[in-house]
Design a binder for this molecule. Structure first.
Ligand SMILES: NC(=O)c1ccc[n+]([C@@H]2O[C@H](COP(=O)([O-])OP(=O)(O)OC[C@H]3O[C@@H](n4cnc5c(N)ncnc54)[C@H](O)[C@@H]3O)[C@@H](O)[C@H]2O)c1
Length: 329
């Protein structure tokens, strides 16, 4: 039985606690939060014990795994501490506030010999996994363009998201989901250009244009400017067809290909794969992490991967701030 401690009993702490309850061979033993009442409430729901800090949790429970669900600016200190105690570490995305910090955390976990994974959950979302597989299988031919949207209302549950020195803003906190998926599917970026509008809006609204080294051209809209609701969208256009995936659509995923008849949709029946709604990507990613800890294998998303995703997100922010195109070496 692997014993788990979660630090941060907010939105993601609750999501992870529920996910672990569905995973065999693990026991959530402790939850820590500076708001002790939040830790107590979540701990009571999951039959765990509550603590005011990670240090207290560590001393009392000595768990095998530490799961970090804290505001982003607190990830680094807690990952370094968990690694120094020889604990396996799962940490929510974005990995850190700077690439240097991300690499330091990754190296600390490597040196301590512990498993380290970052929660880029989109890579465990069945629809985005299937979109990547369709590309890899060549069903779209050579993909030329990628259009991505992730938009919603500003996170209303915690004030720290509004502080860019803590969250990095909408590209680093929200758009990084797509930027990570983009690099996992299409390799490295060559250059990026971005604009962010904010004045008079409920939150930041960002446009990010990316040229990949492969020649693929990508565009991301990442927004906290909607008054309400949420939407994610992906469109891949290739020499043989177009794939569309829209969270607003009743169809999970649709592929239009040459030879299907004029504009005919080759819709993938949801019975052929698990509906994105039927399984939580968070549960799938945590199950993968637990398996990696058990078998000593490297997780699908390493610290280095997460550092690369952060580097692209930070470059986009820098472009928006300076008006310059940022080129990657
Ligand atoms: N993977 C995803 O889809 C996803 C979604 C939302 C948030 N996130 C990420 O997860 C992380 C946490 O976000 P959240 O929405 O759960 O935030 P949250 O504000 O809901 O929860 C954070 C918790 O940390 C606690 N906390 C703050 N400082 C602390 C400290 N020094 N010691 C102990 N506890 C402390 C707060 O009291 C709060 O309960 C962030 O990095 C965020 O970007 C990921």
């Amino acid at each position: 039985m692997l014993r788990i401690g979660i630090i941060g009993a907010g939105m993601m702490g609750g999501t992870h606690a529920s996910a672990y309850a569905n995973i065999d061979g693990v026991e959530l033993v402790g939850l820590a939060d500076a708001r002790i009442e939040a830790a107590q409430k979540l701990a009571a729901e999951h039959g765990a014990r509550s603590y005011a800090s990670l240090e207290e949790l560590m001393e009392a429970e000595n768990p095998d795994i530490i799961d970090i669900c804290l505001p982003t600016d607190l990830h680094k200190a807690h990952v370094l501490y968990a690694a120094s105690c020889g604990k396996h570490v799962f940490c929510e995305k974005p990995i850190a506030m700077s690439v240097e910090d991300a690499l330091e955390m990754t190296e600390a976990c490597r040196a301590a010999g512990v498993t380290f994974m970052i929660g880029h959950a989109l890579r465990f979302s069945p629809d985005y996994q299937m979109a990547k597989r369709i590309v890899e299988d060549g069903k779209l031919g050579t993909v030329g363009t990628v259009r991505m949207i992730r938009e919603g209302a500003p996170p209303g549950w915690s004030a720290w998201f509004k502080d860019k020195s803590r969250s990095g803003g909408v590209i680093v906190d929200l758009g990084i989901h797509e930027l990570d998926w983009l690099q996992s599917a299409f390799g490295e970026p060559q250059r990026v250009y971005a604009k962010i509008a904010e004045e008079g809006l409920p939150g930041e609204h960002a446009f990010v244009s990316i040229r990949m080294k492969s020649g693929v051209i990508a565009h991301l809209t990442a927004s906290w400017a909607l008054p309400d609701g949420f939407r994610s969208f992906l469109e891949l256009a290739g020499t043989e067809g177009v794939l569309k995936l829209d969270s607003d659509d009743h169809k999970p995923i649709a592929v239009t290909r040459k030879g299907n008849g004029a504009g005919a949709d080759a819709e993938l029946p949801s019975s052929s794969w698990e509906s994105p709604l039927s399984r939580s990507p968070y549960e799938v990613e945590l199950r993968h992490f637990v398996d990696c800890v058990r078998t000593g294998t490297e997780p699908l998303i390493t610290g280095a991967d997460a550092a690369r995703s952060l580097a692209l997100a930070l470059a986009a922010v820098r472009s928006a701030q300076t008006g310059e195109v940022i080129t990657f070496e």
